[in-house]
Design a protein around this ligand. Structure first.
Ligand SMILES: Cc1cc2nc3c(=O)[nH]c(=O)nc-3n(C[C@H](O)[C@H](O)[C@H](O)COP(=O)(O)O)c2cc1C
Length: 214
């Protein structure tokens, strides 16, 4: 009886440990991206700023590293640049539907959602890559917060984005008109979510960077 109970307890523990592993499992690509994004090299003049959502996402399932964050990691790795993630003070819902509702309301309100933390020494960077997903045919409103929070005079700004069909949705020229004192490169990179997460997406990103002269 006692040994049966021990076996039962062990089986429950094994099942539970699999369940925990499932919940916290990062794919190897995601964990590589996290490693890259969480390190900053101090003497770089290039900064990769990105906003990207985790959770339930269109066409790619439930992700722990967002599509745009994956592309940001390729740029950061290739250029050995610094990076800053735009993290909202109020987290967006993990549920895709809930998030679309919230984003739609923010757009109607012309909201400026607050960002956690500040970029140290923004002045020292001469080139800022700015990455984001298309939300309702536009930049997520929190990216407008970022564009308004810093001085971009004379800086090179290079946008990139991910999407599910809208391409860049005219956002590169919107950034240019928002930042008249910066040099915005409207030859940005727009990748759909699945491509952004693939080896092909990484190659396309590197080709794009080479095309920009890097
Ligand atoms: C709130 C919301 C609105 C979206 N609106 C659009 C859109 O208008 N056009 C489009 O192509 N994709 C749209 N998408 C899809 C995202 O742009 C796409 O899944 C993107 O790769 C997500 O990037 P992320 O994982 O970095 O957040 C939307 C997604 C969300 C969550």
């Amino acid at each position: 009886m006692k040994s049966k109970l021990i076996i039962l307890v062990m089986m429950v523990l094994i099942v539970l440990s699999f369940a925990v592993a499932e919940v916290s499992a990062l794919s190897s690509e995601e964990s590589a991206a996290n490693d890259i994004l969480n390190k900053n090299s101090t003497d770089s003049k290039v900064l990769v700023v990105y906003f990207s959502r985790t959770g339930d996402n269109y066409n790619v399932g439930n992700v722990e590293v967002g599509n745009t964050a994956m592309v940001a990691s390729y740029i950061k790795e290739y250029l050995k640049a610094d990076s800053f993630e735009i993290v909202p003070v109020e987290k967006y819902p993990d549920s895709y539907d809930e998030c679309t509702k919230k984003a739609s309301q923010e757009q109607k309100d012309n909201a400026r959602p607050q960002i956690q933390g500040k970029i140290a020494n923004f002045d020292k960077y001469d080139t800022i890559f700015v990455g984001y997903p298309i939300w309702w045919g536009d930049l997520p409103m929190i990216v407008y917060t970022f564009l308004e929070d810093y001085k971009f005079d004379g800086k090179n700004v290079i946008p990139f984005n991910t999407h599910e069909g809208s391409g860049d949705a005219g956002t590169y020229t919107k950034i240019q008109s928002k930042l008249p004192s910066a040099k915005v490169n409207t030859n940005g990179l727009a990748l759909d979510g699945k491509t952004a997460r693939s080896a092909d997406g990484k190659q396309q990103t590197i080709q794009w960077l080479k095309g920009l002269g890097y």
